[in-house]
Design a protein around this ligand. Structure first.
Ligand code: PHE
Length: 371
């Protein structure tokens, strides 16, 4: 893959009818929070590197500069994502054109790196997903993919899949300990097209179980297509924001993107002991919008409109009421939008202007009828 640095707007927002990348999304490409050693995302990345280097010196090769624009083939087909899987939908994924996407996971690089002859690697980068708006979801976040390939000498007569599973779980439990010290965790059976068996690791955080990574034993088909026969592998993909929010007590995912020194100053390279201290709590402002939905309406499209207008001032978009009219059969949704700045107080005029623009844009672009 090409280096990240020089993707022009025209290469990303192509004008192809199936292109759904917005300027708000384009502006995130190349920011590379994971390459900033004093940023919480860079600190977590390095802490994970340190763990793997300590466990297995000179074993895991690091990749953190692969361009986030990849072929749909690499993002989906090469990791066996079925043709009808929801993640392929333009409601979930950003398409540059029908054959090219903003990667929605770092698993997009698995096959290419296996073909490159790498048998143990960590691949970190920004990933892009159309999604809802709340404190833990943002359309750009950072993942690290880990892969380790074994051969017969490693499993030494044991059942290879069981061997890989045990090694995987031991490795990731050790990682969680390295990052969090004593923390409650649990394994959940999961499904991913590219692993079998598959698991999620959850961590108990602020009274809730929070999913921090997905993993499993790599589908044999992926190995056999990209490597000579006789191998077994595990793979994991973890969300760096999730880990950083738990570790550093960061309450809102938008904070990772702030330029406010009151945030950035609280973290230092190599220091996992920082706990975020809230420097101000400006009040949120809630605005409701109700409309009759059309068949084409989706919540992700609504959230894209809200982000396009309000940017990081949009804190949450929440469905608070829905009903279907008994006679007409039409459905009405009422969403509550929370506006709040992390850095300053907002004026009524400012919020009202944003809300007016949101209202007129959803009426004109989403084909819904305002009430
Ligand atoms: N790609 C998966 C995701 O984004 C995570 C994953 C990676 C799961 C590797 C299993 C193996 O959710």
């Amino acid at each position: 893959a090409a280096a990240v640095t020089t993707l022009s707007r025209d290469e990303v927002i192509t004008g192809h009818p199936s292109n759904n990348v917005t300027d708000a999304i384009y502006s995130k490409i190349g920011v590379n929070l994971h390459l900033q050693p004093t940023h919480p995302i860079g600190i977590i990345k390095q802490a994970i590197y340190d763990y793997f280097d300590k466990q297995h010196p000179d074993t895991f090769k690091k990749f953190d500069n692969l361009a986030p624009i990849v072929s749909a083939h690499a993002n989906f087909d090469e990791v066996l994502v079925p043709a009808d899987h929801v993640s392929r939908s333009p409601n979930d994924t950003y398409y540059v054109d029908p054959d090219t996407v903003l990667r929605c996971h770092t698993s997009a690089h698995q096959a290419e790196l296996l073909r490159g002859g790498h048998s143990a690697f960590l691949c970190t980068g920004d990933v892009y997903r159309r999604d809802s708006i709340d404190a833990t979801h943002y359309p750009v976040f950072h993942q690290m993919e880990g892969v380790r390939v074994f051969s017969a000498a490693d499993w030494a007569g044991q059942e290879p899949t069981a061997y890989a599973e045990t090694e995987l779980k031991r490795t990731l439990e050790g990682l969680a300990q390295h990052l969090f010290g004593k923390v409650e965790m649990r394994w959940i059976d999961a499904y991913f097209p590219f692993t079998e068996p598959s698991f999620e690791l959850e961590i108990f955080f602020k009274g809730e179980w929070l999913e921090v990574l997905g993993c499993g034993v790599m589908q044999q088909q992926i190995l056999d297509k990209n490597l000579e026969a006789g191998h077994k592998a595990w793979a994991f993909g973890l969300g760096l924001e999730r880990l950083a929010m738990v570790l550093f007590d960061i309450p809102d995912i938008r904070l990772f993107w702030t330029a406010d020194q009151r945030f950035l100053k609280q973290f230092r390279a190599g220091d996992l002991s920082a706990r975020f201290k809230s420097y101000s709590k400006f009040p949120p402002c809630y605005k409701d919008v109700a409309f009759w939905v059309s068949d084409a309406f989706t919540e992700n499209n609504l959230c894209e409109v809200v982000r396009g207008i309000a940017g990081d001032l949009a804190e949450e978009v929440k469905l608070i009421d829905t009903f279907t009219h008994p006679k007409t059969g039409r459905t009405s949704n009422c969403y509550r939008i929370a506006y709040r700045s992390m850095d300053r107080s907002l004026t009524d005029d400012e919020i009202n202007a944003l809300q007016e623009e949101v209202r007129s844009t959803i009426a004109s672009k989403l084909g819904v009828e305002l009430r």
